[in-house]
Design a protein around this ligand. Structure first.
Ligand SMILES: Cc1ncc(COP(=O)(O)O)c(C=O)c1O
Length: 340
């Protein structure tokens, strides 16, 4: 009816682009035009399109020392030479990044400022401003992944880089995967018009246009306020799960690990004590009925001595059980160390 499902614009349906811009304006004070946004099938697609647009063979792209394996693979697939920058609880070590920029012509950096993936560190406002200054000084692009940035447990949710940026160097990608479900393949990119134009051309080659039916449905959920209400409700539930997991880590696992503080996101990071060997944990955990993912995949060039514990998909009882299994795993390893 009214040709609503006849979408000819590779940038995606106008109703959804308008609804998302409206949401970004209300939530983070971002004012952008319709030509600054295109609809994607999730942030991963945006990452791939940005990588394809930016990277020529052997261009240097910076990622954090600990980072998502799929992100690194996407850049490598497009021919990037990956460089790694150290990071701490406030964000990226800017001096280290500057050194990289002096030694290599850095094309872009990928970051998740609201919740470092995987440690959960929130990039401080000074770190954000410092990163933007370096981007201007050394002429590189910032790919900001805002997926899940809605889940902040403090009042002072910091403004994203795209909102602070004055020089058009930030490509912001996000999606509804963490708000609704990853099966809703709807995401978006906000960027300068030239970037959006290029991405729209690539989208035409991939699938001509987006999924008009789904896009209209998500637009309706946004416009009716349903998504906003759902986020508010989810944050309360996730906050309770996070608090529960925090208490259990502190009371049950203190001798095996230390918890990194985080005020956002859907997971907590623990640094493991030296006697816990990450490379043995997977097998030991399986013996304790615990399935762990991604260990050691967060870094290719250094041993990772920590774990990311996702809590959003577990209720309080399940979290208690998971911590019990994890404790058994750690105790099993400790017993082996004592016997050795
Ligand atoms: C850092 C990060 N960005 C984005 C996503 C979501 O990707 P998509 O929007 O393609 O589902 C995930 C998924 O867990 C993620 O960990």
């Amino acid at each position: 009816r009214n040709n609503k499902l006849y979408c000819t614009d590779a940038k995606g349906s106008i109703v959804l682009r308008k609804a998302i811009l409206n949401m970004l304006n209300m939530e983070i004070g971002l004012s952008a035009e319709l030509d600054n946004i295109c609809i994607l099938r999730g942030s991963q697609m945006g990452l791939f399109l940005a990588a394809r647009l930016l990277i020529e063979e052997n261009d240097s792209i910076v990622v954090e020392q600990l980072s998502s394996p799929i992100v690194r693979e996407t850049f490598k697939n497009c021919g990037a030479n990956l460089l790694y920058v150290a990071h701490n609880e406030s964000g990226i070590l800017l001096e280290s990044l500057e050194k990289l920029c002096i030694n290599h012509p850095v094309r872009a950096i990928y970051v998740t400022p609201h919740h470092q993936m995987p440690t959960g560190a929130v990039m401080s406002i000074d770190n954000r401003k410092g990163l933007l200054k370096l981007a201007q000084r050394y002429n590189f692009v910032i790919i900001e992944d805002g997926s899940g940035s809605e889940f902040s447990y403090t009042k002072d949710n910091l403004r994203p880089l795209i909102q602070l940026d004055k020089s058009g160097r930030v490509i912001y990608i996000s999606s509804f995967s963490k708000i609704l479900a990853s099966g809703f393949r709807v995401g978006y990119m906000v960027a300068p018009t030239t970037v959006i134009k290029h991405c729209a051309s690539d989208i035409t080659l991939i699938d001509r246009q987006g999924n008009a039916l789904l896009e209209h449905a998500v637009a309706e959920l946004l416009e009716s306020g349903e998504i906003k209400r759902h986020i508010t409700k989810s944050i309360k539930i996730y906050q309770a799960r996070k608090t529960h997991l925090t208490h259990l880590i502190e009371s049950e696992l203190a001798e095996f690990c230390t918890l990194s503080s985080s005020n956002s996101g859907l997971g907590l990071w623990i640094d493991l004590a030296p006697h816990i060997q990450t490379d043995l944990i997977l097998k030991d955990a399986e013996k304790q009925k615990l399935k762990l993912y991604y260990i050691n995949q967060y870094s290719e060039h250094c041993q990772v001595s920590g774990l990311r514990l996702g809590f959003a998909h577990l209720n309080l009882d399940e979290i208690t059980l998971a911590v019990e299994y994890l404790k058994n795993t750690f105790m099993y390893q400790s017993a082996i160390v004592l016997r050795a």
